[in-house]
Design a protein around this ligand. Structure first.
Ligand code: BGC
Length: 799
């Protein structure tokens, strides 16, 4: 037995054994050395549900609202519950590490993974992220804060370098990670794909060792993003502990680098030690070095009802009341006729796409939830406009049969709810690691006569037949590592004329071919155009007592792998909202999206809600808020600008070449709007209520500022008090104010409570390059108490 560290025994291992435990044995599992007590770690993606090891075929999981929705709750206590729920489901799936939270920031409204990230503000992100981490780790699962750092866009994500100042890194992008380590005690960190100022994060010694370990005292496990290690020596010396899935650049190559003297064996020992430490914390590795099992517990489907309540509370608490002229909301629930309109009303758009995608237990569309909430109302539906980016993914009962490459014997059969299947290493039928063939089949009824468009996007090759005739053939030219989320880059389409009313059989024959690690097939179908849809929607609205128009994006727009090109509400949905509002003065617009979209139409509609991608309970939660059974308790965690050009990062977006320039420096989001004076459409922190509140005079109380808030209305409601540190002086490069505290108060009618907002050493601190430390900013100090970044209620000097 070797050295002892804390309570951890680090066994005497040969160099070859040591490098084994520093890479994967499968896509989601690290390799263990079980006879030495070192267990394999199973990493499962979140962050909004325990996906399971397999991207597509894992059993369903409880599915929570997207990142900015959770940010909008401004409710760390609720986030602790969400983190604990997801942690518990990670355990059911035999997992040890939850790949989340995503602590990157909304720098541009157009970033593809904004739907995973909580906010544009580092303080809010830190508070929400710390609570989520503490919740997950309270059930013995390691949270993995990702992606360290500045992975704020998908543009050339494996190679791009972010050009960002030290001060912006320290005061914005690193802040949530610093809190995750120091306050959240996070057990794991994922190094980002991108580089910072010319050095890949996975090779960034200052980031992974000087800052993370030496300065912040991180003693956990630093894992690469998947295929994010691009070197042997540089990544090993910088501070990555494990190459996942790997080994590609590590394994025997790492052992050779040690023998060649390019990597000190002590560096390897430290990685082994970190891996053992986290293994002990999650209960996979035996602290005394006694042998452990090499198997992970089987993935157990979770009970669909256990976390329903917390998912529903979170979805409702996230909904933001953008406007409510004439107190149109909540709608009366004795309406005789209600028109529900829009492309996001009769489908459950509950999440973005990519590694964060989970197979949900169930979901209820907004339309069905509204119908269930108003059983005696005549609820009509018209789609009005389409909002698809791609040919819509087929949602059907899809059967998948698996075959070896050169045989017709069915080796396994699976069933999925959509024709979007990704195989990340595990293949049913004993086919893991081998080329294979799969046959997907389903049937559908043609509702309308006309040209039906079918599409295929594949990592591999496929042919799609309708009733036995070939309609589309797909031959991917993408490199295997490009192809996982590459639906936008290569889509093959074909059309077939169909008569109305008949049932048709679709078969997709897929061959994985040269694609080894990530194989996928995505099939879509677009029915013929419905030319009368817009006019029917307007007519339905005109004839109803009220109209609810549900618009937004979907996971083809918001996904890992690429960024959005436009801020517009896609598919001319803005016209739809306007036309409906023009014929029905009781129109409520609802945005279902994972980040900011253009809300210019909101000037013409009396009421609007931002309901996000709200997870499995999004539909019922929206109905609760529409009819006043729950309050719209969310506040915007992002700024919604009037136009994309007003977003402070826009002069530097989209990027060109291999660099993303963070030219706005410290002036991200509301900080930039404050500095330029350009008014946003809806400010950071904005959100109305069904009740009213009165704020008292703020006062100092010890190391805090306090303000009394009274619910002066007749309904229960919650108010969020924001505390910004103000900055005087005329340096236009510095933010005029920055969020440094918030409190959410839940108040019954007539109830009064005190919001207490601590003021501490960091409230007025800035990062000092020379001393490499946070130092107190000199000059007169004051805080602003506010309901949003543009709704300032009080200014208080702090001596
Ligand atoms: C993503 C990570 C994720 C990993 C494993 C990568 O593509 O960037 O966030 O955890 O895949 O699925």
């Amino acid at each position: 037995m070797g050295r002892r560290l804390e309570l951890i025994a680090v066994p005497d291992l040969s160099l070859d054994q040591k490098v084994v435990v520093l890479s994967g044995r499968s896509f989601q599992e690290t390799a263990g050395l079980e006879t030495f007590g070192i267990g394999s770690l199973k990493v499962i993606d979140g962050p909004f549900g325990a996906r399971g090891a397999d991207y597509s075929l894992s059993s369903p999981a409880a599915h929570f609202p997207c990142g900015p929705a959770l940010g909008a709750t401004f409710d760390p206590a609720l986030l602790r519950e969400v983190g604990a729920a997801i942690g518990a489901e990670i355990r059911l799936k035999g997992g040890d590490v939850l790949a989340g939270p995503n602590l990157n920031l909304h720098r541009t409204p157009l970033a593809g993974r904004n739907f995973e990230c909580y906010s544009e503000d580092p303080y809010l992100t830190a508070r929400i992220g710390v609570a989520y981490i503490q919740g997950a780790q309270s059930v013995g699962v390691a949270a993995c804060a990702k992606h360290f750092v500045a992975n704020d866009a998908e543009y050339r994500r494996h190679s791009v370098s972010c050009k960002v100042s030290e001060r912006a890194l320290r005061e914005l992008y690193l802040v949530p990670f610093e809190a995750a380590v120091i306050e959240g005690g996070v057990w794991s960190i994922m190094a980002a794909y991108n580089g910072i100022n010319g050095t890949l994060c996975s090779e960034h010694h200052e980031l992974l060792t000087t800052i993370l370990r030496d300065e912040w005292g991180f003693d956990g496990w630093c894992v690469s993003d998947w295929y994010g290690v691009q070197s042997t020596v540089a990544s090993a010396n910088a501070g990555v502990d494990s190459e996942m899935p790997g080994p590609v650049h590590w394994g025997a190559k790492l052992a050779d680098a040690v023998v060649a003297g390019d990597v000190d064996e002590k560096v390897i020992d430290a990685k082994v030690e970190n891996t053992i430490r986290i293994g002990v914390r999650v209960g996979r590795t035996d602290p005394s070095g006694a042998p452990v099992s090499s198997e992970h517990p089987a993935e157990t489907p979770s009970d669909p009802d256990v976390f329903r309540d917390v998912a529903r509370r979170a979805a409702a608490a996230a909904i933001v009341l953008l406007k409510n002229d004439g107190d149109l909301l909540p709608l009366r629930d004795d309406l005789a006729r209600l028109a529900v309109i829009g492309p996001n009303a009769n489908v459950a758009r509950t999440q973005g796409s990519g590694s964060a995608h989970v197979r949900r237990h169930h979901c209820v569309t907004p339309l069905d939830a509204i119908r269930a909430a108003l059983p005696s109302c005549d609820v009509t539906f018209e789609r009005g406009r389409d909002n698809e980016r791609e040919t819509p993914i087929v949602e059907a009962d899809v059967t998948i049969e698996f075959f070896a490459e050169d045989s017709h014997e069915v080796l396994a059969v699976e069933h999925v709810e959509e024709a979007h299947v990704v195989w990340n290493g595990q293949t049913p039928g004993g086919l893991t690691g081998q080329p294979f063939r799969a046959r997907l089949s389903w049937s559908f009824t043609a509702d309308r006569a006309g040209a039906y468009t079918f599409s295929l996007g594949t990592a591999g090759e496929a042919t799609l037949k309708v009733d036995g005739s070939v309609v589309v053939t797909s031959t991917s030219t993408l490199a295997p590592d490009q192809s996982l989320f590459a639906r936008d880059r290569e889509q093959f389409t074909g059309t077939v004329e169909l008569a109305a009313g008949a049932q048709h059989e679709v078969v997709v024959d897929y061959v994985s071919g040269r694609h080894r690690n990530l194989r996928s097939v995505i099939a879509g179908m677009r029915p013929p155009e419905d030319p009368g849809a817009f006019d029917r929607a307007v007519a339905a609205a005109a004839g109803a007592d009220a109209a609810v128009v549900v618009v937004g994006t979907n996971m083809d727009w918001e996904t890992e792998g690429f960024d959005r090109e436009s801020f517009d509400l896609p598919g001319r949905q803005a016209e739809l909202v306007r036309a409906v509002a023009a014929v029905n003065p009781r129109t409520v617009a609802v945005v279902v999206a994972g980040t900011a979209v253009d809300c210019e139409w909101s000037t013409d509609t009396p009421a609007a809600l931002y309901a996000w991608f709200g997870g499995q309970e999004a539909g019922p939660a929206l109905a609760d808020v529409l009819f006043g059974r729950a309050e719209p308790a969310g506040r915007l965690p992002i700024t919604i600008p009037r136009a994309i050009a007003d977003a402070p990062s826009s002069p530097w977006w989209p990027p060109t070449g291999d660099t993303i320039e963070y030219g706005e420096d410290l002036l991200v989001g509301y900080r930039g709007h404050d500095a330029s004076g350009v008014a946003p459409r809806f400010a950071f922190g904005h959100g109305g209520s069904y009740t009213t509140f009165a704020w008292g005079e703020p006062r100092r109380s010890g190391a805090a500022v306090e303000v009394d808030v009274t619910n002066t209305g007749t309904r229960h409601g919650s108010e969020v008090v924001l505390l910004f540190a103000g900055r005087s002086g005329d340096d236009a490069t510095l933010p005029p104010k920055e969020l440094k505290g918030f409190a959410k108060l839940d108040l019954a009618p007539g109830e009064r409570a005190t919001a207490r907002l601590p003021v501490d050493a960091r409230t007025f601190a800035h990062w000092d390059h020379d001393t490499r430390a946070w130092v107190e900013t000199q000059g007169p100090q004051f805080v602003l108490l506010a309901a949003s970044a543009t709704d300032l209620r009080a200014r208080l000097s702090i001596d």
